[in-house]
Structure formats: structure tokens, C-alpha cells
Design a protein around this ligand. Structure first.
Ligand code: AVI
Length: 337
């Protein structure tokens, strides 16, 4: 078996005393803000990862099928530049790897020499991915990392000595606010070598109703995905949230250009969270912000690449032009990190 994975815990990244926030601290900070908020990175426990798989199969959630079409039909445009030298194929947010497998297959057929390094926040998703990689591509060297994206970057810092191709598909970058996406890309630029490539999936701005439907699906899977955050607080932190007393709401903010998701309290209520040792009051109709899903114009993508030190090499669109996989290269000429 050549596919394995490691778990990056806060402990093996930070010396004692310098640990980053854990779930309970993040909940305390998030619920002490106005409006209250929870980070979408906590969606992905086992149940949440499974619900996200279901979302990707919904007909309304066009993002997955559009990107699947791009990778299937334009894989050669990504493979073209990878011939010659051995490289690392690094993927942030690998999930079930369905889209990536098309590329992997193509690379293996061409006899490319590479290691696959998927990075995902969910251990459950990583286990499934590793298992399926071992079955489908037993000859492929896969070394998975279970970590948050920013922690994954810290780990890469020590390993990115060969040529690298980084995949950040699925509009995952869109879940960061503007400051975090710039910080992430700039950090990535610092770690990578001049000429390395990055493929980033961006969901393009389009008809507002279409975008709204992708998040307000008729089966209510996205609502369940959001409510699962409260379930997770109940289970892991001893919270006493009654899920019936909250509803999911997703709207498009025309100013920020993001679908913004919320859980709204249906009545005035007080919720005790044992591990925090504190109760929190939710007013009737008070929202908890749960997620940003940014949508982009081509000019937004151009600006983001230029500001973070990348050159746009190719824009790969689906036939409806709903989504783009943007191929960038690291430009370190005349620049200091
Ligand atoms: C993972 N990410 C890009 C998804 C999105 O579209 O923002 C997560 C998601 N949230 C609700 N539906 C899907």
C-alpha cells in the first residue's frame, strides 16, 4: 500500500504555550461578537463531510458538475506543463477526489513521476480518499495530511523543495473572507518555487436566483449541513441547542459578492455550553453567521493574482461559463516575499 496519511494536530505544529484556538475558544469568541458567528471550517466533522458529499450531488449545486466538465475536457491543458521533472501534486480540500482522479489518471498514463499530497480538514474524508486511492491507483505514492488549510501550509513549508502543482478546486477559496484569501495565497506564494503552478476553482458571478438555489436546495441538505454545526457543539462541547429552534437562511449580498449563510434563532432563548461553562442568549430572529461563499468576476481574479504574486496562465471555463479553473504560476522575478 503506498497511500497513507498523517494528522497534523495543533500540538505537532505549535510549541507548548503557543497553541492556536480550539473549537471551544472559537465558539466563545464567535458568540461574543455582533453579529454572532461560527467558522465554516467546523462544518466538516464526519456527518458534515457526508452532508457535503450529498450537496455536491444535488442538481441545484451546479459548481461540482461545472468543474467536473472542465477537468474532464481540459485536463490536457493542465497536464501540458508538468512533463519532464518529478513533482508534488498538492491538493487543498481534496474531499472524495472525484475530480482529481481524472487528472491523476492522465498523469499516470503519461508516465509522470509525482507524489500526491492531499490536505483535508476531515479525517473521515481522508480515510475514504486514501482507501479509494489504494484501490484505484495502487502504484501512486499518496501522503495525505489531515489539517486546516493554514496549518497545511506550515507543513508544506518543509516539503515543497521539488516542483509543485497545487490544486485548490471547488471554489474552496471562496469560503475565506477577502483578507484570509489574500493571506493564504501570499503565504502559498512564499512557500512555492518560482514557476510552480496553482489551479484555483472560482465560482463566477451569475444570475442571482441560480446562485441562491444552489444554497437553498429543495431537499434541505444545505440547511442540515449548517444545523449540524449546532449538533457538533452539543456533542463535542456539551451544548444544549434545540435544533428545532433555529432555521437556516442563505442570501446573496450584492455588495460583498458572497452568498452569506446564517442560522437564525426562532425565539429568544438561552443556551448553556458545558465546556465553555457559560450560557449564551439568542434574541428572537437573531442570526449566527456561518459561511461566506464568495463569487467572482474575471477582474476580481486578475486583481487577486496580481496582488499575491501570481501570473494567470490559463482560464479554463465550463461550457456555460458558470465556473472557472484558473491556472496560475508563481512569479518570483523582481519580487520579494
Ligand atoms: C466547500 N465550499 C466551496 C462550499 C460552498 O459552496 O461554499 C460549501 C457549501 N456550503 C453550502 N453548500 C456548499
Amino acid at each position: 500500500m503506498s497511500a497513507t496519511y498523517h494528522i497534523l494536530t495543533q500540538k505537532n505544529l505549535h510549541p507548548a504555550g503557543q497553541q492556536e484556538h480550539d473549537f471551544s475558544t472559537d465558539v466563545l469568541i464567535g458568540f461574543s461578537q455582533m453579529p454572532k458567528q461560527l467558522s465554516s471550517k467546523y462544518f466538516y466533522d464526519d456527518r458534515g463531510s457526508q452532508l457535503f458529499q450529498e450537496i455536491m450531488e444535488l442538481p441545484e449545486y451546479y459548481l461540482t458538475s461545472c468543474e467536473f466538465e472542465i477537468i474532464s475536457e481540459q485536463k490536457e491543458k493542465i497536464s501540458q506543463d508538468m512533463a519532464g521533472e518529478p513533482f508534488n501534486l498538492i491538493e487543498f480540500g481534496a474531499g472524495d477526489g472525484r475530480k482529481t482522479k481524472i487528472l491523476l489518471n492522465n498523469f499516470l498514463k503519461k508516465g509522470f513521476e509525482f507524489h500526491y499530497i492531499p490536505i483535508d480538514i476531515s479525517e473521515a474524508a481522508m480515510k475514504t480518499l486514501i482507501k479509494s486511492m489504494n484501490m484505484e491507483f495502487p502504484e501512486l505514492k499518496t501522503e495525505g495530511i489531515v489539517a486546516e488549510y493554514f496549518n497545511g501550509l506550515k507543513w508544506l513549508n518543509n516539503t515543497a523543495y521539488r516542483k509543485n502543482l497545487v490544486l485548490f478546486l471547488g471554489s474552496n477559496l471562496g469560503n475565506f473572507d477577502k483578507a484570509h484569501s489574500r493571506a493564504f495565497l501570499h503565504n502559498l506564494w512564499n512557500i512555492l518555487n518560482n514557476g510552480d503552478s496553482v489551479v484555483i476553482g472560482f465560482d463566477l458571478k451569475k444570475d442571482i436566483d441560480l446562485m441562491l438555489k444552489a444554497y437553498n436546495d429543495s431537499k434541505g441538505v444545505t440547511a442540515e449541513f449548517n444545523l449540524n454545526l449546532l449538533r457538533r457543539i452539543n456533542r463535542e462541547l456539551g451544548g444544549d441547542f434545540d435544533l428545532e429552534k433555529f432555521r437556516f437562511y442563505a442570501g446573496y449580498d450584492v455588495f460583498t459578492g458572497a452568498i452569506e449563510s446564517y442560522l437564525v434563532s426562532l425565539e429568544r432563548q438561552e443556551v448553556f455550553i458545558e465546556k465553555i461553562g457559560q450560557s449564551f442568549v439568542f434574541d428572537s430572529w437573531e442570526p449566527i453567521h456561518t459561511e461566506y461563499s464568495y463569487k467572482y468576476l474575471e477582474s476580481d481574479i486578475e486583481e487577486l493574482a496580481a496582488r499575491t504574486g501570481f501570473l494567470i496562465k490559463k482560464q479554463l471555463y465550463d461550457s456555460k461559463k458558470y465556473f472557472v479553473d484558473s491556472v496560475w504560476s508563481v512569479n518570483k522575478q523582481n519580487r520579494r516575499g
